[in-house]
Design a protein around this ligand. Structure first.
Ligand code: DX5
Ligand code: ZN
Length: 223
């Protein structure tokens, strides 16, 4: 089973609730919520109040929150309270990974750990048994619409091998440059959760793009 998590970073923010409703109706499994602090990455996106509003409008949705921030530990509680279902932070952030994972679980959310393209995926292995998700970045975090970096594929395969060796089943998520061409490469390498921003919200008909990306598994993908 492959899940789709459209990144709302590429959505029309003037019409965010409706845009999210559309992709969920089209079969998206969750919403990917990219938080950027202008410090960990050279861009600023949105934060807690936006998640709280969305959660109020769409309380049933699963919120896949991706924190690209230097100090995730300080914000876990606020994002959990605002409606996060799963919170992913970066191994390259400045906080102790184990402390952040514990805080995420204590706040009642599932926990994910992400690595940037230049970080060896083996660095997440010591934390695998505590995690529900590993997020492999296939672009440098900070901006939507970048080109897919194939280094992510080797990392996904290495993760699959390590999870199998441990008898663990996790979400193996890939984020950045995922579209109709690269999505099948990711799933073949072992990803079971695809993030797509511009391939969904940049398409003329986001709902259709979403349905097609989801249908890609069955060979119906023409995005
Ligand atoms: C990048 C973000 C991604 C991004 C994906 O820093 O984490 O979620 O929005 O966008 P696309 O699919 O356009 O590469
Ligand atoms: Zn993301």
């Amino acid at each position: 089973m492959t899940y789709l998590s459209p990144s709302i970073l590429s959505a029309d923010f003037s019409n965010l609730g409706q845009a999210c409703r559309q992709v969920l109706d089209a079969g998206a499994d969750m919403l990917h919520f990219d938080v950027m602090d202008g410090h960990f990455v050279p861009n600023i996106s949105f934060g807690v109040p936006v998640l709280a509003s969305l959660h109020k409008a769409l309380p049933q949705a699963f919120y896949d929150v991706h924190l690209m921030i230097s100090h995730p530990l300080a914000y876990v509680g606020a994002f959990a309270k605002a409606g996060a279902s799963l919170i992913t932070f970066h191994l390259e952030s400045e906080d102790d990974p184990r402390a952040v994972i514990d805080a995420i679980h204590a706040a009642g959310c599932q926990a994910g750990l992400s690595v940037k393209p230049g970080t060896p995926v083996e660095e997440v292995f010591p934390y695998l048994d505590q995690l529900e998700l590993v997020l492999v970045m296939s672009v440098e975090p900070g901006f939507g619409g970048q080109k897919f970096m194939p280094v992510a594929l080797e990392k996904l395969s290495a993760l699959v091998r390590e999870c199998e060796a441990r008898g663990r089943e996790l979400y193996l998520e890939v984020d950045g440059g995922v579209d109709a061409r690269t999505a099948p490469l990711c799933t073949a390498a072992g990803a079971n959760l695809l993030v797509a921003g511009s391939a969904v919200f940049g398409a003329p008909d986001p709902a259709r793009a979403c349905a097609l990306l989801k249908g890609g598994e069955k060979g119906e993908c023409h995005v």
